[in-house]
Structure formats: structure tokens, C-alpha cells
Design a binder for this molecule. Structure first.
Ligand code: ZN
Length: 485
């Protein structure tokens, strides 16, 4: 049966510069074998060593993607058109190239981007691609701040921002898109203002919401590239899964103290986040930046690596971090690189995917909210508010105050006459406490102290309470002279 096979630009030089070939066969497998017989140079581009079609080669019969069917056995009939679409020319990034042929740069824009335009790797063509690109930033915090500023300056045409937080004083040490005067404002408002201040040619779209399984696909679908600037595991898996389902590249970055990681997860070309980390760590094992701290400059370094990767994906220049995990250690000033492989058994992007829709990510990451009624009665019985504690201390009640934060936090601020026993030492040092005394335990926000209270209760301490909201709420409600950090 005679039919037509369309070849993509990238492969034509291996097929005598033809863009279409007449072949025959009863199914896709036969047609493809005929093709590589005719043009043997195509074989290694289309098939791997085991003779299987490469993951990033998509085959369409007429307009139907046959990737998830059995390519080999998909029948074809007289007059069908078989198209070969390798990822380099396919998918969402093609849309950028198509749009780029239709956009123009104004004289103002030509002046603004002149240092790009004189580089052969960018030039007018590349700058038009940047202008045509739609990039979504999940989070406008530590990573989102440098990303937003530099991507705007570089001339990305449309930047989407997802965040629901307000600017806090403790953000200013690293989130350079927000200023001191923005404290208390929604981060989205502040970030949008800075982006437009740098480049009024950018279209900024804001989504004031938490990214959730029920809104993620809707928000992500309009963008070419998604950049993950989140700081929690449920959102990371959510972003990854949504990107794989929508066939979009996910530019990944993460930061902790002096260390960072970056990669590009793009399932059609390489592994996804689940190939790297099939399971999230148990809750509480990996501390967040809010708990463990982060060097203020570090998100700048990692965020700009992510921005660089996004620009390379748009320009289709250089070698991206697809299939590579970049590790950065600021203390040693060292970069290392790990090779990442696609996991053929990946439940999301593997050969037999079992995840075909978004799931419940809190549950997946082990963050199951406790039943409200049970939790509140149970916990409130062992809680004391800062106001109650103040009243009791003023009354002269004899209370033992135990601070379970770390020594460097104790140096920043402390409650009068408190005893420092960091959470990790509670078990070993509980003999220093008298179970007959009334004890109030506190930390910064109330999380670690709740764990300490539980430990002590299990060890037989009965007259024990957790300071609700920690020393942070104490500073807000009782003593404004206590510094908040
Ligand atoms: Zn995967």
C-alpha cells in the first residue's frame, strides 16, 4: 500500500534532503523499516541499540499520535500520511518557533536587546523566540525573584506568576524582587511591579492561588515552559506530574543552606522528577528553608541557572540539563554533575504509566490533615496562648519554660529564665526536668515544641503545655521588643 512519510527538517539531511518519501507497508512498523532501509543513516537517530524506537521520536498517522499505541502494529492504509516528529522539532517548543515567525521587534525593543541581537546564537530570530515564549514561574520567592527579574530583562514575552503569599521582612534577605516598602503586600503585586519596571514589553499574568491538583493543568496549559521555584514536596510532585501530562519541560531548582540542585525534567527527551525521586521523603525528614535556613545569595545562583536553562530551551541552543542533575556547594564553591536516566518503570513517564491524571499530593507525601475535631480538642488541652502565659507569669506562678530551638536561635531571642534543650536532645536530657513541675515548652512557631510535648507526655510528663505560635507569636501578642526572625 503506497503512502507518504513526512520527514522533519532536522532529519532531511540524512535522507537525501527530501521532505517526503513514498513508501509502502501494512503497518507503521513495516513503513519505518522501509524508511531506514532506504536511508540507513536515519537508523541511529530513530532507533536505540535494542532496535526500539527512541523515546523522543513521535510518530503520527495522519493527525493521530500513535506513541502510546503499539507503533509497530498500528495499521496504515493507502493514502495515509505518516509524520515523524522528533522532540527537537516537536511539542510545545515548536509553538514558540511558529509564533516567532509572525512577531516583530519595535525600534525600542531593538535598542533594548542590542547585546542579544549582535550575538549570532540569539540574533533577531532568537530574540523573537524569546518574545514569543510563555514561561510560568511557580512561586515568587527565593528562586522566583531572580528568575522573574532576569527573564523579564531578557525579553520573555509572557511571564506567568503563581503565588498566594505576602511579603515578609524575613523574605528580604534573598527575595530581591521585593523591597522593604513591599512588606505586607501580596508578592504577586510586588513582583509584577518590578518586572514591568524592568521591561514594560512583558505581559505579566498573575495567579493568586496555591497550585493544586484541581487547578494546575488549567494554569500550566497555556505556557511553553514551567519553572519550579517551590519549596515543598507536594507541589514539586504536582508540578512534575502536570508537566509530564501536558508534555512541557519543567525547569527544576532547589535550595537548602549552602547547597543547591538544578535540572530540566522533560519526559519526551529524558527523565522526570519521579524517575529521580520515585518517593517523597517522610514528612519532617528534610527541613524546609524556613526551618533550616538558606544563604541569601544561594537562590540567586540556582535561580539564574534555571533562567539560563529556560532561555536555552527557547532558543534551542546548547546542551540543556535534561538528563543531568547539577549539584552546587557554595561553601566548597564546587559544581558536580550526576547523570540521570529515565526509569523505564516510572509510573508517570515510563513504558507502562499507571499515573494518568493528577493525584492527591498531600496524601502522597504523607501530609494527611488530622480530623479537625479530634485534633483541636486533643491539642488545645496541651496548649497555652502567649497571653495566658504572660498572665500566669505576671501572677507569679511557678512555671518551667523549656526552649527546644537550636543554640543559634536562642542567641537571637529568648524568653526570660528559659532552659535551652534543643529538640534533638529532649530524649537524652529529660531527666533535667521534674515531671512534678508545670512545664511550658516553646520553639519558634510551635511545631518543634509540639513534638517535644508529645515526647515528654509519652515519657510520663502530665503538667506540660505547648506555647501556641512559639516565641514568634509571643513577640506579636505580648512583647514587641522580642525580635522576630
Ligand atoms: Zn519519570
Amino acid at each position: 500500500m503506497a503512502l507518504k512519510v513526512l520527514l522533519p527538517t532536522a532529519l532531511r539531511h540524512l535522507a537525501a534532503n527530501q521532505d517526503e518519501v513514498q513508501l509502502s507497508g501494512g503497518n507503521v512498523g513495516e513503513v519505518m523499516r522501509g524508511l531506514v532501509q532506504k536511508f540507513p543513516d536515519l537508523r541511529k537517530h530513530l532507533y536505540n541499540e535494542d532496535g526500539r524506537l527512541r523515546n523522543f521520536v513521535n510518530i503520527y498517522v495522519n493527525d493521530e499520535d500513535v506513541r502510546y499505541m503499539q507503533e509497530e502494529k498500528t495499521p496504515v492504509k493507502e493514502g495515509d500520511v505518516v509524520s515523524i516528529v522528533p522532540s527537537i522539532a516537536g511539542g510545545n517548543l515548536t509553538t514558540i518557533e511558529e509564533t516567532a515567525t509572525k512577531v516583530e521587534l519595535s525600534n525600542d525593543e531593538i535598542k533594548r536587546y542590542s547585546r542579544h541581537l549582535i550575538m549570532p546564537e540569539v540574533a533577531m530570530e532568537g530574540q523573537k523566540k524569546l518574545k514569543s515564549a510563555k514561561v510560568l514561574l511557580i512561586g515568587t520567592g527565593g528562586l522566583g525573584a531572580p528568575l522573574g527579574l532576569y527573564l523579564a530583562a531578557a525579553g520573555i514575552g509572557r511571564i506567568g506568576l503563581v503565588d498566594f503569599d505576602v511579603v515578609d521582612f524575613s523574605n528580604l534577605q534573598r527575595q530581591v524582587i521585593h523591597s522593604t516598602k513591599d512588606v505586607g503586600r501580596p508578592k504577586l503585586d510586588s513582583a509584577k511591579e518590578k518586572i514591568l519596571g524592568i521591561n514594560p514589553h512583558v505581559q505579566v499574568d498573575t495567579y493568586e492561588t496555591m497550585l493544586r491538583a484541581d487547578n494546575a493543568l488549567d494554569i500550566l496549559k497555556d505556557y511553553d515552559i514551567v519553572i519550579d521555584g517551590t519549596d515543598n514536596f507536594p507541589t514539586r510532585y504536582l508540578v512534575n506530574d502536570a508537566c509530564v501530562l501536558l508534555d512541557k519541560p519543567n525547569v527544576y531548582g532547589s535550595i537548602f543552606r549552602f547547597e543547591g540542585q538544578a535540572s530540566v525534567f522533560y519526559a519526551r527527551e529524558g527523565p522526570c522528577y519521579r524517575c529521580l525521586y520515585p518517593e517523597p521523603p517522610p514528612p519532617g525528614l528534610v527541613p524546609s528553608c524556613a526551618e533550616g535556613g538558606v544563604l541569601g545569595i544561594l537562590p540567586g545562583t540556582i535561580g539564574l541557572i534555571q533562567a539560563t536553562e529556560a532561555v536555552k530551551l527557547i532558543l534551542r541552543k546548547g546542551r540543556t540539563l535534561v538528563g543531568r542533575l547539577l549539584l552546587y556547594d557554595a561553601l566548597e564553591m564546587k559544581f558536580r554533575e550526576l547523570k540521570l536516566r529515565k526509569n523505564p518503570k516510572c509510573p508517570l513517564c515510563g513504558e507502562h504509566p499507571t499515573i494518568k491524571a493528577l493525584i492527591d499530593y498531600d496524601q502522597f507525601c504523607g501530609i494527611t490533615p488530622q480530623p479537625v475535631a479530634a485534633a483541636s480538642t486533643d491539642e488545645s488541652a496541651f496548649e497555652i496562648t502567649p497571653e495566658e502565659l504572660k498572665a500566669r507569669l505576671d501572677r507569679g506562678d511557678d512555671l518551667t519554660i523549656v526552649d527546644v530551638r537550636e543554640p543559634h536561635e536562642y542567641e537571637i531571642c529568648r524568653l526570660p529564665n528559659s532552659i535551652l534543650i534543643p529538640l534533638g536532645q529532649v530524649a537524652a536530657r529529660m531527666h533535667e526536668l521534674n515531671s512534678a513541675d508545670e512545664i511550658v515548652v516553646h520553639c519558634k512557631m510551635g511545631g518543634r515544641s509540639a513534638k517535644a510535648v508529645k515526647q515528654l507526655r509519652e515519657a510520663g510528663f502530665k503538667k506540660i503545655k505547648n506555647l501556641k505560635g512559639g516565641i514568634d507569636l509571643w513577640a506579636q501578642k505580648v512583647d514587641p521588643s522580642v525580635p522576630r526572625y
